[in-house]
Ligand binder design. Structure first.
Ligand code: GLV
Ligand code: MN
Ligand code: MN
Ligand code: MN
Length: 450
């Protein structure tokens, strides 16, 4: 059993006070407090929090490197006096990393992503101030554009790191609808975060990746649990679907002569949503564009996003291939019983199969959670056991999903009030944030000492 290492309460202060400075908060209704966060990837607000992170990490004595996806690697060297901190050829051992992201949804909360980074920084501060020696280097990584809210592939930079997404594809991603159409590469350059290191598991290897994150769902709170040990994540795919019909005058074109792209898309979305519910697959449309976007022109073109999730990778693939694609084709051909055909095309933007995390890392999280909670419960282990939720499956995507393909990985969840996330009122208490940070630090130390 490791001796407990207490995290500073400053962590919570940092999250609530410091990080909410970087990005516009939302006023949620007249007379209410500003809350939430708008810090889309590679915007000026993202640059500001990145610059702050780099300064803090350097202040803690870390070496800071940026790779060609703009991921920031802040690493403290191995300092063990009892074990070698280099391999046989004199290269330093791969670091144990605490990673998460600084970007948010356009109307996001204050904890999604940044909590994991802040907790990592706090862990580094504790290691330094208490002069705790580790065998391997320990560090924090801030992954770029995890959300996929600005550049529409989520977890894109960890995907490049894992060799799952080509660098060129990531660099040429364009902003989603309604923004200016800049590419990721342009924005990385503009804010000064196109680094010279190669974003790759071979060039920037990790011994392990641990991620603290808010649950973003209702399970922990509803079950009265304080910490979740995350065993893996569900599968998801993102598509951009484009329906093409023909623009025509709304006042002069009889129904039978219309090829109304909007009406076709509308039927497709209804079908996907209700069949999804029947088959226990989650279907959501978050982006919808109608062209040319004029009151008195029948839409000739519609583009919409499809986010589809299931605990089973196979079930998800079958749902798309056996149900959605043929049905969308037939809807396009015959929009109403009495109108002209449209056409439909699909572009796959994200494909994230269900992923299991590493047994050993999950064990490190589990034992750490129990040790932190047992200390809180004055050694009452039975009570501590009742406060941990094991084998959680994440409904959301996280960079850990990609890192798990190349290094031992696990995640720690802490409760989200009302299960709410991707919403300005997302809330996790100070106490839960600090406890999560403590479990994160202990998990890293346990992994390092095994
Ligand atoms: C990734 O953040 C997701 O959409 O779950
Ligand atoms: Mn997140
Ligand atoms: Mn998110
Ligand atoms: Mn996410």
């Amino acid at each position: 059993m490791l001796a407990p290492v207490v995290c500073h309460n400053q962590l919570a202060k940092n999250i609530h006070d410091t990080c909410s400075q970087f990005g516009a908060a939302h006023r949620w209704g007249p007379g209410e407090n500003e809350t939430g966060m708008n810090r889309l990837a590679l915007t000026d607000a993202d640059k500001a929090v990145r610059d702050w992170f780099v300064k803090e990490a350097k202040g803690l004595g870390c070496e800071v490197e940026v790779d060609d996806m703009g991921n920031i690697w802040a690493i403290r060297g191995g300092v063990s006096d009892s074990r070698p901190t280099q391999d046989g050829s004199g290269k330093r051992l791969p670091p144990v990393i605490m990673g998460s992201h600084l970007d948010t949804q356009p109307r996001g909360g204050r904890y999604d992503g940044v909590l994991g980074v802040m907790a990592g920084l706090e862990a580094l501060r504790v290691l330094k101030e208490r002069d705790i020696k580790t065998w391997r280097p320990v560090g924090v990584v801030c992954w770029t554009n995890e959300e996929g809210a600005r550049f529409p592939v989520s977890m894109v930079s960890s995907g490049v790191w894992a060799g799952e997404i080509p660098l060129g594809k990531a660099h040429s991603l364009k902003e989603v609808a309604g923004q200016e159409g800049k590419t990721m590469m342009e924005e990385l350059e503009r804010i000064g975060y196109l680094g010279d290191k190669k974003c790759s598991y071979e060039e920037m290897p990790m011994a392990a990746h641990f991620e603290l994150h808010i649950e973003q769902g209702p399970v922990l709170e509803a079950k009265g649990k304080k910490v979740g040990v995350v065993r893996g994540s569900q599968a998801y795919k993102w598509f951009t679907v484009e329906v093409v019909g023909k623009e025509a005058h709304t006042g002069t074109t009889p129904y039978a002569q219309r090829a109304d792209a909007f009406m076709a898309a509308n039927s497709m979305i209804h079908y996907a949503r209700w069949t999804g519910e029947e088959q226990d697959v989650l279907v959501s449309v978050g982006v919808f564009q109608v062209f040319p976007g004029s009151v008195n022109t029948i839409p000739g073109r519609v583009k919409f996003s499809l986010d589809i999730r299931s605990s089973s990778t196979d079930k998800l693939a079958q749902f798309v291939e056996r149900h959605l694609r043929p049905k969308f084709d037939s809807i396009a051909k015959n929009v109403g019983a009495n109108s002209q055909p449209c056409s439909v095309t699909w572009q796959e933007d994200t494909n994230s199969p269900a992923q299991l995390f590493d047994e050993g890392c999950c064990q490190a999280v589990k034992v750490s959670a129990l040790s932190v909670l047992a200390a809180e419960c004055q050694g009452n282990m039975e009570k501590a056991v009742g406060l941990v939720k094991y084998n959680m499956v994440s409904g959301a995507g996280h960079d850990s999903v990609h890192t798990a393909k190349r290094c031992p990985t696990s995640m720690i969840f802490v409760p989200s009030k009302g299960g709410l996330s991707h919403h300005p009122e997302e809330f996790t208490s100070e106490e839960d944030c600090v406890r999560g940070a403590q479990v994160l630090l202990e998990s890293v130390l346990r992994f390092d000492r095994e």
